[in-house]
Design a protein around this ligand. Structure first.
Ligand code: SF4
Length: 183
């Protein structure tokens, strides 16, 4: 059984897959307590893997985003293998502080948080909410194809743009779901 906050269907709003229709599986709870956390993830109900897959199957997309909270608290190799065997492409949004299962059909988005030690050495994308902190440590220490900086709740976009223009190995990620008013 795994504790699920919600399962819903929408467009990925952020990062590399922005605009892609995806089934979101939001796990409950997180091992960090970021002041800017904008998700209500604490509530949840225990669901079996069959119940989770049945809920995912209601939607037409084959892309599933495992998010939270921190999904690494609830997922394991058996869960990842079962979903990939069903033909789903999985994306995990993690803060990078916990080990993850492995799969070729797994896209890892690491969103490190200030003050929390990241153990992930490799990801597909690194996406950092920029609040003026030293983000170059993430660029140096996490090997990835894509590096995104994101304004904090759409509040400091100009500051982020200025930083990216001076450090062009980063790209801008916006919370487009908030800009267009979808979940
Ligand atoms: S790591 Fe993410 S989910 Fe956890 S408290 Fe921070 S912003 Fe919220």
């Amino acid at each position: 059984m795994r504790k699920i906050n919600e399962i819903f269907y929408s467009l990925q709003g952020e990062g590399f897959f922005t605009g892609t229709p995806s089934v979101f599986v939001r796990f409950s709870g997180c091992n960090l307590k970021c002041s800017f956390c904008d998700t209500q993830h604490e509530e949840g109900k225990m669901m079996s893997d069959k119940e989770i897959i049945d809920a995912i199957r209601q939607y037409p997309s084959r892309q599933v985003i495992l998010t939270g909270g921190e999904p690494a608290l609830w997922i394991d190799q058996a869960f990842i293998d079962r979903l990939t065997d069903e033909g789903y492409f999985l994306c995990i949004e993690t803060n990078g502080t916990r080990p993850l299962p492995q799969s070729d059909n797994l896209w890892i988005t690491c969103s490190p948080k200030e003050g929390a030690a990241v153990i992930l050495k490799k990801a597909d994308e690194v996406k950092v909410v920029y609040t003026g902190q030293d983000v170059e440590t993430y660029f140096r220490n996490i090997e990835a194809e894509h590096y995104f900086l994101q304004p904090c709740s759409c509040q400091n976009t100009e500051e982020v743009i200025r930083y990216i223009l001076e450090h062009p190995h980063w790209r801008l990620s916006l919370q487009t779901h908030k800009l267009i008013g979808i979940q």
